[in-house]
Design a protein around this ligand. Sequence first.
Ligand SMILES: *Cc1c(COP(=O)(O)O)cnc(C)c1O
Length: 710
Amino acid sequence: MEFITSPSQKFDLPKRIARLGELATNLWWTWNPEAARLFGRLDYDLWERLGHNPIRLLNEIEHARLKQSAKDADYLALYDAVFERFDAYFKKQAWTQKAHPELKNPVAYFSMEYGLHETLPIYSGGLGVLSGDHLKEASDLGLPLVGVGFMYAQGYFSQRISEDGWQEALNNFLTFDDLPVALVTKDGEPVAIEINFPDRAIRAQIWEVRVGRVPLYLLDSNVEGNDEYDRLLTARLYWSDLDRRIMQEILLGIGGVRALRALGYDPAVWHMNEGHASFLTLERIRELVAGGNTFADAARQTLSQNVFTTHTPVPAGNDEFPLWLVEKYLANYWGELGITREEFMEVAKHSHPHGETYSMPILALKLSGGSNAVSELHGEVSREMWKSLWSDRPVKDVPIDHITNGVHTANWLARRMNILLEKYLGADWYDNLDDPKLMQKLDTIPDEELWKVRLHLKRKLAFYLRERVRDRWTHGGFHPVQVVSSGVLINPYALTIGFARRFATYKRASLVFSDVERLLEIINRPNMPVQIIFAGKAHPADEPGKQLIQKVYRTVKKAETGGRLVFLEDYDMNLARYLVQGVDVWMNTPRRPYEASGTSGMKAAINGALNFSILDGWWREAYNERNGWAIGEEKPYESAETQDAADAESLYRALEHEIIPLYYDRNSKEMPLDWIARAKDAMKTVIPQFSTRRMVKEYVEKFYAPAAKK
Ligand SMILES: *Cc1c(COP(=O)(O)O)cnc(C)c1O
């Protein structure tokens, strides 16, 4: 197998710095900030203007600048240091080789979306960012893993907010030549896989992305031979149109298995990250049935190698299809499985009062040897939710375990914070970041040094917001009220709260506006100003989500807020990085227990921000009364209204009586010592436990290694 690298990825670089091209086409640089600086330092303005795209940077930069850098001793010192690390990384024996040498055949990891970097917008939110972090961690751990997903021709939409707060979606046509993807070919021809629907066949080609040591294969139906409709199949994430939705999931599950076979892989484990990929279970059975097994035998044999992770109890996240639609696309498939239509439907049947549907999570749950939810509470909720599938057992024995999510530390930790940790925890702290004992050394960091880094990160956020606004204002069509609402009046020394996530209604973005008068009083106290920065997209078809954005925006733009409430357009991984690193407090107000885990709060905590959240998902496990604050109580309510009212009251009280006074309680050097102590406690408790380091190791111990043994 070869990979066709597009001509624009063969760079014309001075010999001394020629390896920049290699760095640009492996996403390793995205979680090594010193490597990113290597690009930025070539031409900082251009780097920002191109949205941190190293391939475009190397193509569009003036050659004179490259020549100059190739002679600059400072630059070359950084260059040599980065490549020393780069080469050592790929040579090093990692954890898997020591702890699990038996893991030789790869884990196949299937996900509808991957959040790897803002220049590759093939993610919509938390699910994708988690997949991206999983791949990066697998690379760090030396875990043989291969990812499967889609190369979306249009990427996820870019968001604009109108003067009246209405979300507008801009299509985002990607130029593959500018991206770190290479077409997979054999004998000069693109490798392609085929799916046969009853009335036609569709084909897909395969792109490869290199994520450190981990390859990610992305299917793309925009190929000759497919009609226009089918060519658009992989154009976008999450089509609302059910026909396209089921076709995408067939392509991911069935096509994904065929793609790995075409590439010569024989995975030991098949991990479905959410139910979108569940059809892979059937394709693996089909392979064995073609070899002479019965369906039942094949299902038994493949079961122990399948792992399924469920990510949400919210119905919209648990795909189900009408039976007639399944029949429309798979009527010729059950024959290949050696079963009847009734037997086929039975496997994934979900009975509702209004009739029966074909449920993707049920398909995965029934055909996987290991299933898990993504936090302890989500485990309980999921066992309750799916108990009817195991009606002979008590709820506690429903076989859905939990592995709490984590974040990829190097990807989300500020460069300055990493330098501080290297100084006080040791240059190799990153190799042992999941060791809670090592984290005790955080107490040796002088308060002043930690606070200096915190202030630096907040100033960086404020400057970044200003430059974003300047850019929008310069290009015209931006109303002054939008300028103010985008954060130009932000004060880098005032207590700053961040709230950024998808605008789904259960996340209750407007909870803090339950009593606007009280909120205005809170943010405008003399000498104790408070700022709240909001950001987030709603799915373009989610009308209530878009109305929620509008409700938030209409309050944000009121003059009485003094510019202290802000709504930032176009939340993506880049903006997320600035926010989680720069704010003092990270707020999350989901309606319990719908936030299965949540991960953005972890990103904030590892940078020394304090969480202020509902005791749901991950925060219920992390909160210890010293590392942040809880909103509301851990109990069920009779109605959503009473729950919202109780949570809002709790939120205001904590702000008024605890958070604001603590932040502004300064010593003679203007430092809030108790606050800093809490920041250290947050880092100490969250860095080891809520990392993908701990998470991926848990997947290995609980699921991957046992499955590979069978
Ligand atoms: C981390 C992240 C998310 C997920 O955050 P939640 O806490 O799960 O809501 C969503 N979008 C982006 C861009 C992120 O970086």
